[in-house]
Every structure is written in C-alpha cells, then in structure tokens.
Design a protein around this ligand. Structure first.
Ligand code: HEM
Length: 161
C-alpha cells in the first residue's frame, strides 16, 4: 500500500516535470560542512555532491546504459552509437549540469539529437529509464527530482517529432 502511494506520488512529480518546460535554477538546500577540496569556502553542497559525486554518477550512467541495452523503445536509436563516447560525454554533461567539477564543452543537446527524430514518447520513456537507473543507484527521490528538474528544460530541444 505504502509503496503504491510513493510510486504514484513520484509519477505525479515526474509528469509535472515532463509537462512543464520551465527554466529551473535548481536550488541546493542542504547545508553541508564537508567543504569540497576544490572549492573556496564552500558551505552549501552542490547537487553533484548530494548525488554522491563521481562514483554515484558513474554508477547511474552504467545502470542507464545497461537498461537502454535491454529496452525495446529507445535502443534502436543507440544501436549504431559509440557507447564509450556516449558514456564519457554524458558523464561530463551531467557533472556540469549538477554543478560538479566538470566543464561540458561538447555540442548542444539540440545539435546532438537533431536528425534522430526523437518523439515525445521516446523522450518520456528515456526519462523513465533514467529514473530506473537512479533508483538502482539508491539516489533519494528529493535528489532525483532536483536532477530531473535540471533536465526538464532540455525536453523541447531534444524532441523533434
Ligand atoms: C535529457 C535527456 C538527454 C540528455 C541529457 C542526453 C544527453 C546526451 C549526450 C551528452 C550525448 C553524447 C553526445 C556526444 O557524443 O558528443 C548524447 C548522445 C546520444 N543521445 Fe542523448 N540525451 C538525452 C535524451 C536522449 C533521448 C530521449 C534519446 C533517444 C531516445 C537520445 C539518444 C542519443 C543517442 C542515440 C546518442 C548517441 C549519438 C552518437 O551516436 O554519438 N538521447 N545524449
């Protein structure tokens, strides 16, 4: 019973994020006294730190790639892709997006996905797979939602059909 309530609540939040392409400035609300050695007098944890840093992000992306590999809806898009490159670029992109110590200097999401003719359904499904990957990595729902909120504005640049 409890699991059903949590699942449906999570689905509502995800739907809300997917339906609205608002520009989010991603609040990081938790105060963390563990100062990142690369930052100057930082008192607030970045989303990257809250996710669990590089080990957690690597784990999420490994899970995502495994899940995509067994998925009937989006796998066809990835069938000819260079998985190593996808993994490396996605890692840097998400690290940057979560205010981690990375600078994504690749092409824009619009340029990369142009010509793939990604549908709304495929995009929404990809987000569900991403959530599965975060679940499997043990990322808490509040942290998942913060990362999803930063991905939501990309929706309109990636969907072309
Ligand atoms: C918020 C959602 C998404 C993000 C943040 C994202 C991000 C990225 C990044 C960073 C890359 C690597 C680019 C490079 O190689 O330089 C990439 C590649 C790719 N993306 Fe996405 N993507 C998203 C959604 C999707 C969706 C929904 C699909 C298809 C259903 C998709 C299909 C692909 C494919 C096939 C490639 C590999 C292109 C190649 O062969 O090199 N992406 N994406």
């Amino acid at each position: 019973m409890m699991k059903i309530e949590i699942t449906s609540m999570k689905k509502s939040i995800i739907l809300l994020l997917l339906m609205s392409c608002f520009s989010c400035s991603s609040p990081s609300s938790n105060i963390d006294n563990n100062v990142d050695s690369n930052s100057h007098a930082q008192t607030q944890a970045s989303l990257y730190q809250e996710i669990g840093g590089k080990p957690a992000l690597d784990n999420i992306i490994d899970n995502l790639i495994n899940i995509i590999g067994q998925d009937d809806v989006v796998f066809a898009h990835f069938a000819q892709s260079n998985v190593t490159r996808f993994k490396d670029e996605l890692t840097i992109f998400l690290c940057h997006l979560a205010d981690g110590p990375c600078q994504y200097q690749g092409d824009s999401m619009e340029d990369i996905h142009q010509g793939m003719y990604i549908t709304k359904n495929e995009f929404n499904h990809f987000v569900e797979l991403f959530i599965e990957a975060m679940d499997a990595s043990g990322i808490s729902y509040p942290i998942q939602n913060q990362l999803l909120a930063r991905l939501a504005p990309l929706r309109r640049t990636i969907i072309k059909m």
